[in-house]
Design a protein around this ligand. Structure first.
Ligand code: ZN
Ligand code: ZN
Length: 136
């Protein structure tokens, strides 16, 4: 079983798929609806305005955005890529960082599996390594 501290009240609860305990979940859903409706009606609002108008803390709104539950319609002030700080609408990274990270992840995966099976991928990686060394 997976026990965690609720992100909202800090109580220990049995984790299923949300970072909140069952009693906070109700409040949380209410806040989510408020924030979503406000953004729906005020597509140009930034995080701070949404927070002021809905009474929902900015960090919770950011949480919704990070989870991709809500999306700002404009790249608004107050929410940006965790890697390069480019303004984004939702999620954690901008498109270009997301692409870069997917590539890095693939590379990481083939590095860890290359010990077991050195094939065409191993060769390609070796070439990439040499190119990088020569350039620096
Ligand atoms: Zn809680
Ligand atoms: Zn980025």
């Amino acid at each position: 079983m997976d026990f965690r501290n609720c992100k909202m009240c800090g109580r220990i609860y049995r984790h299923i798929n949300l970072p909140y305990c069952p009693s906070c979940l109700n409040d949380w859903e209410e806040m989510f609806v408020k924030v979503r409706d406000y953004i729906w009606d005020n597509p140009k609002a930034n995080v701070k305005e949404v927070s002021d108008e809905t009474g929902v803390e900015e960090k919770i709104i950011l949480e919704f955005l990070r989870e991709g539950r809500i999306e700002l319609t404009t790249e608004s002030i107050g929410f940006s890529c965790e890697r390069c700080n480019t303004p984004i609408k939702s999620g954690r990274y901008c498109d270009s960082c997301a692409k870069k990270m997917a590539t890095e992840l693939k590379k990481g995966l083939s590095t860890s599996t290359s010990d077991r099976s050195i094939g065409r991928d191993g060769k390609r990686m070796y070439t990439a390594d040499r190119t990088r060394k020569r350039r620096s």
